[in-house]
Design a binder for this molecule. Structure first.
Ligand code: FES
Ligand code: FES
Length: 158
C-alpha cells in the first residue's frame, strides 16, 4: 500500500507515492535522490540527517515521510542559492569546521536554524544546543567557531 503526499522540498512542489513506514530521510535520499542528507545512526542520536521542516531543525530519521505531508522541507541542497553558499556553509568552509564532512550537512542545518531563532549566540549556547549533532573528526572547536561566525553573518545579511 502507498499513500500520496504533497510537500515542498527546497522550494519546489513535490507529489509522491510513499509507503507508510518510509522515514523522511529515506524518502529524501532514495526517492528524491537528495543524498546530501546523511544517515549516521538511524536512531535519532547523531544528527547527520538533520533537515528543516517548516523552518525548524528536525532529525529526518525520526519522522515518517507521511508526517511531512503539506509541509516545507529544506535539505542541505536547498541552502545554496544561485550558486552562493549560505552564510553558515561559508563559515564552515572559512573556519575549517569539517574534516571528513559526514556530519557537516546536519551541522549546517542545525546551526542555521539555531542562529535564525536567536538574536545573539554564545559559545556555551552553541555547544549546548548542538549536542544532538555528533562529529567523529574535528573535536568541535572549529565547528563552534564556524557556527558563531555563521550566525553573525546571517544577522548581518538580514
Ligand atoms: Fe538521524 Fe543519526 S541518522 S540522528
Ligand atoms: Fe567527520 Fe564531522 S567532520 S564526522
Amino acid at each position: 500500500m502507498t499513500l500520496s503526499i504533497s510537500l515542498t522540498v527546497n522550494g519546489k512542489p513535490v507529489t509522491a507515492d510513499v509507503e507508510p513506514h518510509i522515514l523522511l530521510v529515506q524518502f529524501l535520499r532514495e526517492q528524491l535522490r537528495l543524498t546530501g542528507t546523511h544517515i549516521g545512526c538511524d536512531t535519532a542520536q547523531c544528527g547527520a540527517c538533520t533537515v528543516h521542516l517548516d523552518g525548524r531543525a528536525i532529525k529526518s530519521c525520526n519522522i515518517l515521510a507521511v508526517q511531512a505531508d503539506g509541509l516545507e522541507v529544506t535539505t542541505i541542497e536547498g541552502m545554496t542559492k544561485d550558486g552562493e553558499l549560505h552564510p553558515m556553509q561559508a563559515a564552515f568552509k572559512d573556519c575549517h569546521g569539517l574534516q571528513c564532512g559526514f556530519c557537516t550537512p546536519g551541522m549546517v542545518m542545525s546551526a542555521s536554524a539555531l542562529a535564525a531563532e536567536s538574536s545573539g549566540l554564545t559559545e556555551e549556547e552553541v555547544r549546548e544546543q548542538l549536542d544532538g549533532n555528533l562529529c567523529r573528526c574535528t573535536g568541535y572547536h572549529n565547528i563552534v567557531k564556524a557556527v558563531l561566525q555563521g550566525a553573525e553573518a546571517m544577522k548581518a545579511s538580514g
